[in-house]
Design a protein around this ligand. Structure first.
Ligand code: ATP
Ligand code: MG
Length: 468
C-alpha cells in the first residue's frame, strides 16, 4: 500500500472519528469505507418517478464532462415508496461552472454556495461535492470556517463524491442515483440502514452535532417523518448538546420549525422533539407550561390537537399558515400573562392582551424568528379570541366580518375541544355561521346592557398609537 493511500485512510479515519477529544463511542459498523453499487434490479426505483427536470440537469452536467447524480432526501424517499419533497443534484462541477451550463440558473449562498436551476415553478438545487473539515490545507481552510464550539460557519471546500457522501448528515441521506447506469451509490451503509429503518449520523456523532446543531432537529424530524429509530450512538449526545441550538440564527430555526410542523408529520416530530429534550430550544415558554402540567390548562392536548389538525389539512391538500400555528402554540403562554396583568396590575382586558402578546413574542423571537407578515395576523387571531366572547348582535356581526375570523374561530374550536371550559362558545359560533339574520338576532345575547350600568365611553385622542 503506497504512503499517500495510507495517509488518506488515516485522515479519513480522523475525520470520521471527529478531530476533538470525544468520549462518545462510535459503533464499529458506523465506519464503512467501501463503495457499494446497488443495481436497479435490487433497489427497484421506478424510472418514471424520477423528476424530469432533475434528470435534465444531471444529463447536461454529464454531457459537459462532469459528474451528475440525484442525491439526498429524494433517493431516500423513493426507496421508501414516498414521494420526494424536492430533488437535489450533486456534481463535481464548481458552482460557477455549473451555473454557466444553465440559462435559468442563479448562484446562491455564502455559507454554502449552491446553484439554483429554474424550470418554470420548479427549482433544482445543484451542489458541488464537498469534503469534511478535517485536515484541510491552509488555503482550503480559508474556504472553510469553524468557530470555537466546532460549528461550521462556512463550507465551500470541494472534494470527491466519496468525500461528499461522508460530510452529509445521516447515512440514509447519503445515497446517490446515477441516471446513466441507474445504480444507487452507497458509501456509508445507508441502504442497509434504510431497510432496517435506522437513522444513523455519519462519523462521530458528538462532533457532527457540534459542527451543525441543526442536525439534532433533523434527527427528530426524520425519525418522526420516516418512523425510523435513531441508533443509540447517534441519539446519546443529543441530550447533552441541545443547548447548542441557542447559537443558531433565529431565522434558520424558524425555517426548521416550519419543516418540522408543516410537512405532514407534525405530531410525530413534536413527540420526537420532546423525547429528545429539544422542544425547549424552539418554544421555551411553552415547554415551561408543559412541564408545569397544570390540570386546569389543557396545554399538551391543545398542542397535539393543533398539530394533528395541521397534518390533516395537509393530507387534504388544504393550506396551512405559520400565523395560525404560532398563534395556537403560544396561546396559553399569552393567556396566562394576560390574566396575570389583569390580576396584578388591574389592567383592562384588551391592553393586557396587547402587553402579554408583546412580552411573549419578544421572548419567542430570541428562539425562532417570526416574520412580520405572520406576527401581524397572529396578533389579530389572539385579539379575536377576546372578541369572540362578545355575543351581542352588533359585536358578533363585526367579529364575523373580520378577515381573520375563520382562523380565530378555528383556534376557539381547538381550545374548547381540548378541554378549556368555554361554556359552548364554539358551538354558538358554529351555529351562527349557518344561521339566517332572524336566527342570529334571536341567538344574540346582550349581557353588557343587561348586567352593566351604562358607562360613558372615553374617546381615544386622535393621535394615539396603533396597536402594533
Ligand atoms: P427533505 O427535503 O425531505 O426535508 P432532505 O434530506 O432532502 O429532506 P434537505 O434539507 O433537502 O433534506 O437536504 C438535502 C440533503 O443535503 C440531505 O439529504 C443531506 O444529504 C444534506 N444535508 C442537508 N442539511 C444538512 C446538514 N445540516 N448537514 C449535513 N448534510 C445536510
Ligand atoms: Mg430535500
Amino acid at each position: 500500500m503506497g504512503r499517500p493511500l495510507i495517509q488518506t485512510i488515516i485522515s479519513r479515519l480522523r475525520g470520521l472519528l471527529g478531530s476533538s477529544q470525544q468520549n462518545t463511542p462510535v459503533t464499529a459498523d458506523a465506519i464503512d469505507f467501501g463503495k457499494r453499487l446497488i443495481p436497479e434490479t435490487e433497489h427497484r426505483i421506478p424510472r418514471r418517478l424520477l423528476d424530469d427536470n432533475a434528470l435534465k440537469v444531471a444529463y447536461r452536467l454529464q454531457d459537459s464532462g462532469f459528474e451528475g447524480y440525484l442525491v439526498g432526501g429524494c433517493i431516500r424517499d423513493l426507496l421508501l415508496n414516498k414521494s420526494p419533497k424536492d430533488f437535489d443534484v450533486a456534481t463535481d462541477a464548481h458552482p460557477e461552472q455549473a451555473a454557466e451550463l444553465f440559462r435559468r440558473s442563479r448562484l446562491i449562498g455564502r455559507r454554502f454556495k449552491l446553484v439554483h436551476v429554474r424550470f418554470g415553478r420548479d427549482l433544482i438545487e445543484v451542489a458541488t461535492f464537498r469534503t469534511s473539515h478535517d485536515n484541510l490545507s491552509e488555503e482550503e481552510n480559508q474556504d472553510a470556517k469553524q468557530c470555537d464550539s466546532g460549528m461550521i460557519l462556512r463550507d465551500n471546500v470541494y472534494g470527491t463524491m466519496e468525500d461528499d457522501a461522508l460530510r452529509r448528515d445521516f447515512t440514509v441521506n447519503a445515497l446517490y442515483y446515477c441516471p446513466k447506469d441507474h445504480c444507487v451509490y452507497d458509501f456509508a451503509n445507508g441502504y442497509q440502514d434504510l431497510q432496517q429503518k435506522r437513522l444513523r449520523i455519519i462519523g462521530n456523532p458528538d462532533a457532527r452535532y457540534r459542527e451543525d446543531p441543526v442536525r439534532m432537529l433533523r434527527a427528530a424530524r426524520f425519525a418522526g417523518k420516516l418512523g425510523f429509530t435513531i441508533e443509540p450512538a447517534s441519539e446519546k449526545p443529543i441530550f447533552e448538546l441541545g443547548h447548542l441550538l441557542g447559537k443558531i440564527a433565529p431565522a434558520r430555526l424558524f425555517d426548521e420549525t416550519l419543516k418540522l410542523f408543516q410537512s405532514g408529520h407534525a405530531v410525530e416530530s413534536y413527540q420526537e422533539l420532546r423525547r429528545l429534550q429539544l422542544f425547549e430550544y424552539l418554544f421555551p415558554q411553552l415547554e415551561q407550561l408543559l412541564k408545569q402540567n397544570d390540570p386546569n390548562l389543557p396545554v399538551d392536548t391543545l398542542v397535539l390537537n393543533a398539530l394533528s389538525n395541521t397534518d390533516r389539512r395537509l393530507a387534504q391538500n388544504k393550506s396551512v399558515t405559520p400565523a395560525f400555528l404560532f398563534a395556537a402554540l403560544l396561546w396559553y403562554p399569552t393567556q396566562l400573562r394576560m390574566e396575570k396583568l389583569i390580576r396584578e396590575q388591574n389592567m383592562p382586558q384588551l391592553p393586557a392582551l396587547h402587553e402579554a402578546a408583546n412580552q411573549v413574542l419578544s421572548a419567542q423571537v430570541r428562539s425562532t424568528a417570526i416574520p412580520r407578515r405572520f406576527s401581524t395576523p397572529l396578533r389579530e387571531i389572539w385579539e379575536l379570541q377576546l372578541r369572540l366572547s362578545r355575543q351581542s348582535e352588533k359585536a358578533a356581526a363585526r367579529t364575523f366580518e373580520h378577515p381573520r375570523f375563520r382562523a380565530a374561530y378555528d383556534l376557539l374550536l381547538l381550545r374548547e375541544n381540548s378541554g378549556e371550559p368555554l361554556n359552548g362558545l364554539s358551538q354558538w359560533w358554529t351555529d351562527y355561521q349557518t344561521a339566517n339574520p332572524e336566527q342570529r338576532h334571536s341567538m344574540s345575547q346582550e349581557p353588557e346592557k343587561a348586567t352593566r350600568p351604562k358607562r360613558r365611553r372615553r374617546r381615544r385622542p386622535s393621535n394615539s398609537p396603533a396597536n402594533d
